[in-house]
Design a protein around this ligand. Sequence first.
Ligand code: NAD
Length: 470
Amino acid sequence: MLQSQFSQFREAARREPYPELATRLRWIGAINDLLVQHGEAYTKAISQDFGHRSTHETWMADIMPLRDSVRHIQRHLATWMRTQTVPTSLTFQPGRCLIMPQPQGVVGVISPWNYPLNLALEPTLEALAAGNRVMIKPSELTPRFSELLAQTVAEAFPPDVLRVVTGGVELAQEFAALPWDHLFFTGSTRVGREVARTASANLTPVTLELGGKSPTIVSASADLERAAASLVMAKALNAGQTCIAPDYVLVHENHRTAFAQAFSQALQKQYPELGDTPDYSSLVSDRHFDRQLELLEDARDQGASILTPDWAPKLPDRSRRRLPPTLVINATAAMRVMQEEIFGPLLPVLFYEKLDTAFEIIGQHDRPLALYWFGQSAAEERRILHETIAGGVTINDCILHIAQTNLPFGGVGASGYGSYHGEWGFKNFSKLKPIFRQSPWSGAHLMRAPYGKMFDWLARAMGGRGQSSP
Ligand code: NAD
């Protein structure tokens, strides 16, 4: 079944290898129409799948960035599609060097459950803009949403342009094994490794958007109130189930007592009714909820202090899978919270005196997807940017580098490779074809056999023969 659907796509790409601008813009417009017509229904389905997902968060983090991308693509696609002229070296003038972005063909997108709409459709938008046909395999953990997406896409798109296939791990494995022209995977590092291995059998180019432990540094020079407010926003968003959520925070010793207080105050200000507010989302499954409690218990057993919001006595509530943002103070490397990606509302807090210590702790982990720094010192900012490596950075706030249409988004090392968003995504899903166009006035014939005096003269003139290198 999957194989025959794939063949249909492959055939369509062969029939129309270079969809024109108008066709691509029609596809982008059709995605926009889906968002306009079914935004409410998607939001409802996602909330049902989660148990509860804040409607505002779905609009803010799933739908609005997609609408933004649609507008960005509509504005710039004609320019991105242009064949670019690049300089030709003197030797080969008056020939011309060109780069032509060409559709790769058929793209597979495998997406996770945490921002199920955005992470299925954002790469899709960019792949369609680049002239590809796309099949999406969304997560089985958001089954109502995935079915709705499949159904609404089937109504809006020809079945050989965009299609959604639904199923569990077995189908996902079969999907990853198809000979895509590009496979775009968002999910865990563990599954990402498997996907890369599977795709390598076909030498399929893969983009891996993975997870990991994203650190935050709150430096001595930080505005603590501002840092705490931002950390609360980033950790409470989707109850911490965000790939670029701050995973742990390194706080300068100067703020040892004030940090927890500032965090609590900011949390109470943003979520005064934490137990009941519809602004706070549930954990996606009982398994995910129980795992957070296990991490917490392990940290407590090993001596961490746990700080839960005392104005929300009803929490944690397993029946609604509601777990409050919780500080794990004095976390250590031996605790599971410092060994696994948390992907929930727990926030380990460690203290440092010298920046080198903070770098050492960060260096003990795989390269992260994001890194956040709060501070005012230009010298320290420079050290942070030069001496750490991460997929992306936000300074004096969290999360927001992902929302910038002109910045590439992607990981490094174990947090993934390749990137997308805006033109970066367009390029990622294009074959950037290098072209050299020869001129009738070319002197290339002088460099052909039989090699004689003219060749020797030219070779000497160009520094290739009979001269020692500088
Ligand atoms: P996951 O890896 O369990 O699943 C992701 C997708 O992969 C799902 O559609 C699933 O069906 C599919 N899948 C499962 N096994 C597969 C296999 N063997 N072969 C091919 N596909 C398979 O991830 P998840 O639990 O849905 O999402 C959470 C993870 O995703 C976290 O680690 C998070 O950091 C990461 N994430 C990363 C980004 C990013 O942009 N870098 C964004 C969101 C989430």
